[in-house]
Each structure stands twice: as C-alpha cells, then as structure tokens.
Design a protein around this ligand. Sequence first.
Ligand SMILES: CC(C)(COP(=O)(O)OP(=O)(O)OC[C@H]1O[C@@H](n2cnc3c(N)ncnc32)[C@H](O)[C@@H]1OP(=O)(O)O)[C@@H](O)C(=O)NCCC(=O)NCCS
Length: 186
Amino acid sequence: MLSTPPPFPPQLETARLILRPPQPGDGQAINDAVRETFAALTQWMPWAKTMPTVDDTENFARDGWSRYHAQEDYPLLLYDKETGIFVGASGLHPHDWRVPKFEIGYWIRASREGQGLVTEAVNEITRFAFEAQGAQRLIIRCDSRNVRSAAVAERAGYVLEARLHNDLRDNTGALRDTLQYVRFPD
Ligand SMILES: CC(C)(COP(=O)(O)OP(=O)(O)OC[C@H]1O[C@@H](n2cnc3c(N)ncnc32)[C@H](O)[C@@H]1OP(=O)(O)O)[C@@H](O)C(=O)NCCC(=O)NCCS
C-alpha cells in the first residue's frame, strides 16, 4: 500500500504525442478544439452540456494545474509532437490511493479522430499507472452506445467488467447504461 503517491512527472511522451498537465493560458487552444468537436462531446461527455466560454475553459486549465501540483489528479493534454498543436485530452484520475486505483478518460479533436492517437495515449497512461503509480486497478467507463470509446478501451487491452444499467442520464435527459472496462497489473 502507498502511504504517499509517487511524484507525478512533468510530462509523458509517446511516438507521436506529448502528454502534459494543463497550465494557465491553455484555455483558448482547448476551447477551439472543444468548439470543433462539440457535436460529439455533447453526445457522450456529461461535462459538455453546453459549449463552454473561453473563460470557462481557462478556469478548467487553471483548476487542472492546481490539482496536478497538489497531486490530487493527473489531467493530461495531448499535443502533436511535430506541430505542437493541441489534439485532445485525457487523464489519470485517482479513485482511491490506498488500493491504488484510477480511472482514465479521453477525447480527441474531430480533425484528429481515426488516427490511433487516443489508443496511443491510453497505452502510455496505462503503462505509467502500473509502473510508476503502482496501480492495482484501472477503469475506463463509457456510454454503452459509444462504440468508438469502447473500441479504444478494447484496443488498449481492457476487458468489459460490467454493464451498469440506468447508470446516468445523458445530456438530453435520457437514461443511459454505462460500460465499465478494467485492467489489472500483468
Ligand atoms: C472516443 C474517441 C476518443 C475515439 O477516438 P478514435 O480516434 O476513434 O480512437 P483511436 O485514437 O484509438 O483511433 C482508432 C482509429 O484509428 C485507426 N488508426 C489509424 N492509425 C492507427 C494506429 N497507428 N494505431 C491504432 N489505430 C490507428 C484505427 O484503425 C481506428 O480506425 P476506425 O475509426 O476506422 O476504427 C473519439 O471518438 C472522441 O473523442 N469522441 C468524443 C468524446 C468521447 O466520446 N470520449 C469518450 C468518452 S467515454
């Protein structure tokens, strides 16, 4: 059991991506990508009920920066290594440090969907969680109708653990089932 969490590194890296925590000043670039992707985000992400303002997104970035430095959470922004352009967001979200167990979330901007970037990021975050954070349990949850998200979990080696019936209401108010995927240390 971990008494204190191991330090979070300043960034993670994959073949095509830099994964780093949000920081003050990121709001505009993230907001541009949210606007580009809003139709998909509002369909699947509870936080995307309405299109946020740039100030809302800047507050999200600042809040993420604080939580990262307090080691309460590990939100991650994904940047194309070659161009430096913001392409999406993910994160390793602690649920219980005594286990330790975490949840991984993700979205990718519409213009970069279908290139394997999310699976690439999730593979690296999964490796980091097991090797550097001592994770004993990692979960990915998605709306049961979100086949693209379920495919990411499956490509990254997660297995379906449960279908949570009538788990949440989506942004239209309709009840949704949630698929819960899990991975354990090898
Ligand atoms: C869910 C979501 C993140 C999936 O993104 P994605 O781009 O499809 O996922 P990946 O990065 O794993 O890409 C997989 C696709 O890239 C293709 N691909 C291309 N190069 C690849 C590579 N090097 N490695 C893996 N896949 C590659 C795969 O064949 C697959 O193609 P397909 O769409 O024809 O099946 C995205 O649809 C999204 O952001 N949706 C809105 C928000 C959302 O639903 N988030 C999840 C909430 S739980």
